[in-house]
Design a protein around this ligand. Structure first.
Ligand code: DX5
Ligand code: ZN
Length: 219
């Protein structure tokens, strides 16, 4: 099982965005997590496809994991694929035909992924489980960085791991040195950390420490 750490760009210093992206890449993190929000789906706004394109131009080899917190992701999938998204994550709570959208994402050469909000029962993903390469279990209510990890979401991770041994399972929200090992022990293998990692002067040291803690949690 490959364990991956993904800094969330939402927590980067907007004044030095290029340097922040390169700092995340140099930290040996596996990918940049890009949080795209529409204010209908969540009570906030963030950025659009141009930031994904900025990441491709600034750090072409740094994998781009794009989390669409949108009511109608179906209207934007081509735009994000064209901008350089390499995984596109769509919420199961979105207002569109998810079977069709997961197929469409794959047909564009992008990895399709599903996301579950904290209050959404895990069984809801069953009809789509063989169509997604990755499932993201939200461990905060989406909309803002810097929130507290909701540990009662972890049994969903374990249930998904029992259903599919080979799928990537990500957690997002409140990830840090205490919560990421808990998620690893529950069966997750991809970990988003926004405010925790970008606040570190030595992001590389923090990523290496997370990798050690994950190994201990799963061994
Ligand atoms: C929440 C976003 C998360 C968030 C994570 O709406 O989907 O990716 O930026 O930030 P932290 O790690 O600070 O909770
Ligand atoms: Zn996210």
């Amino acid at each position: 099982m490959k364990y991956e750490i993904l800094p969330s760009f939402l927590a980067a210093d907007l004044g030095t965005l290029a340097a922040e992206l390169l700092r995340a890449e140099d930290s040996t993190a596996d990918a940049i997590h890009l949080d795209i929000m529409d204010p209908h789906f969540v009570p906030n706004m963030s950025f659009g496809p141009s930031i994904v394109d900025f990441c491709r131009r600034t750090a072409p080899a740094f994998y781009r994991n794009v989390h669409l917190m949108m009511s109608r992701p179906d209207l934007y999938i081509e735009k994000f694929a064209e901008a350089g998204a390499q995984t596109i994550q769509v919420h199961i709570e979105a207002d569109c035909d998810l079977h069709a959208q997961l197929r469409r994402i794959r047909s564009l050469g992008v990895k399709p992924a599903l996301v579950l909000n904290p209050e959404t029962p895990v069984e809801k993903i069953l009809p789509y489980l063989n169509e997604a390469d990755e499932v993201l279990v939200m461990t905060v209510h989406p909309g803002y960085g810097g929130q507290k990890f909701i540990s009662s979401c972890l049994p969903k991770v374990t249930q998904i791991r029992n259903w599919r041994k080979d799928i990537d399972i990500m957690i997002d929200g409140g990830g840090n040195h205490e919560t990421i090992p808990l998620a690893a022990a529950a069966g997750a293998n991809q970990f988003v950390a926004g405010s925790y990692l970008f606040a570190k002067e030595d992001m590389k040291g923090a990523v290496e420490e997370l990798r050690r803690l994950i190994q201990t949690a799963v061994s």
